[in-house]
Design a protein around this ligand. Structure first.
Ligand code: ATP
Length: 386
């Protein structure tokens, strides 16, 4: 498997539309990288440029030290698994897997060996003589993966491979793909718009929006230190709550005021926002993850200066947790609370805010005020808790 470097890659379609702008990424050998972002943000275009299915308009694509921009797709030693599976309907599972090896003119013994090995890895042994129409969606997807990995590609690309499957199967296949990556040590780039897939599968995630890379980081670091409001809102489910608040300096303390609620913030954050030039009376956007709000009466009593109040509009019981949808000063927020909570729809509830885990964003630019970004690499280097 292989290393891959994308340097200032861009794509301008013939109609002049700039679908990918200045994409930079170094993928390490054996790394599992996810491209995630809303529909139309340029994920598939980037993947297709790597595969050679789409011309690169600018920048360098490097595989194992060699620039491959102008190399034919078949010579890039890259395999791609598509959402649609793209299996040959008239060929059996075995023939589907043999096909790319026959095209590559491998000797019969080598073909037999690789197909047997791949079939064993993916649990396809009992299906080898079936045609695709006699397979379930999950089985078809496994065959599509088999047909890709049987070629021993340097890089395996996957474009929304699970989106045709139902939720349960998607969960199972996610685990299978993780195991497969472990087993093969393959370098994988995987496109999805599903943040759960991104969080659970990726060593690193590239979050994209409107053709631009927003942030590249590990799932945990992205979750805790999003570079801006877009990433903060995209990563995490239910999504982060946002509300506009006014900075309020009183008696040497810093509060965030929204309606009648005043939230006292830790001194380390107050110092940070002052350093960044924000002052008393300025409006900023507060971000609170649903799990950082609690309706536990003891928590609320213990945090008299860190709570918000609102009316519960909907109570959603999920089993392991419950979601409260609360109208808080005209903004709907979600609190993920303990399922033993006594709160009901219609109640006016107080929610304790875990102020050590709040996020603050510039109201206009959406930039995260509490993190520092390395100007050269764009990587978040200073942590909120520092
Ligand atoms: P999805 O999740 O919906 O597949 P995506 O992030 O993969 O979205 P792309 O398919 O890469 O998005 O498309 C990026 C942008 O480029 C979109 O706005 C799309 O409309 C545009 N686009 C794609 N193909 C072409 C084309 N041939 N000509 C012009 N614009 C295109």
């Amino acid at each position: 498997m292989s290393e891959l470097n994308l340097k200032h890659i861009k794509k301008v379609y013939p109609n002049g539309f700039e679908a990918v702008k200045d994409f930079n990424l170094d993928v390490k050998d054996g790394e599992f990288v996810i491209f995630v972002g809303p529909s139309g943000c340029g994920k598939s275009t980037t993947l297709r440029m790597i595969a050679g299915l789409e011309e690169i308009s600018g920048g360098d694509l490097i595989i194992d030290g060699n620039r491959v921009n102008d190399l034919d797709p078949k010579d890039r030693k890259i395999a791609m698994v598509f959402q649609s599976y793209a299996l040959y309907p008239f060929l059996t599972v075995r023939e589907n897997m043999e096909f790319p090896l026959k095209i590559a003119k491998l000797p019969k013994e080598e073909i037999d060996k690789r197909v047997a090995q791949t079939s064993r890895t993916l649990g396809l042994d009992s299906l080898l003589d079936r045609k695709p129409k006699a397979l379930s969606g999950g089985q078809r997807q496994r065959v599509a993966m088999g047909r890709a990995i049987v070629r021993h590609p340097k890089v395996l690309l996957m474009d929304e491979p699970l989106s045709n499957l139902d939720a349960k199967l998607r969960g199972q296949m996610r685990v299978e793909i993780s195991k497969l990556h472990e087993k093969l040590g393959a370098t994988i780039i995987y496109v999805t718009h599903d943040q759960t897939e991104a969080m659970t599968l990726g060593d690193r995630i590239v979050v994209m929006s409107d053709g631009e890379v927003q942030q590249i980081d590990t799932p945990a670091h992205l979750y805790d230190y999003p570079i801006n409001k877009f990433v903060a809102g995209f990563i995490g489910s239910p999504q982060m709550n946002f509300m506009d608040v006014v900075i309020n300096e009183k008696d040497g303390k810093t509060y965030l005021t929204v309606g009648d609620d005043n939230i006292l913030i830790p001194e380390k954050f107050a110092t940070r926002i002052r350093e960044k030039g924000y002052k008393d009376g300025d409006t900023v956007t507060l971000g609170i993850r649903p799990e950082d709000l609690s309706d536990d009466p003891e928590e609320v009593a213990n945090h008299p200066e860190a709570k918000v109040k609102g009316k519960v509009e909907v109570y959603e019981m999920l089993g392991a947790a419950s979601n409260l949808y609360v109208d808080c000063n005209g903004t709907q927020i979600i609190a993920a609370v303990d399922p033993s909570s006594k709160t009901k729809a219609g109640d006016v509830v107080e929610l304790a805010v875990n102020t050590d885990r709040i996020h603050l964003f510039d109201k206009d630019t959406g930039r995260n005020i509490l993190v520092e970004v390395d100007p050269d690499t764009g990587i978040v280097i200073e942590e909120r808790s520092a």
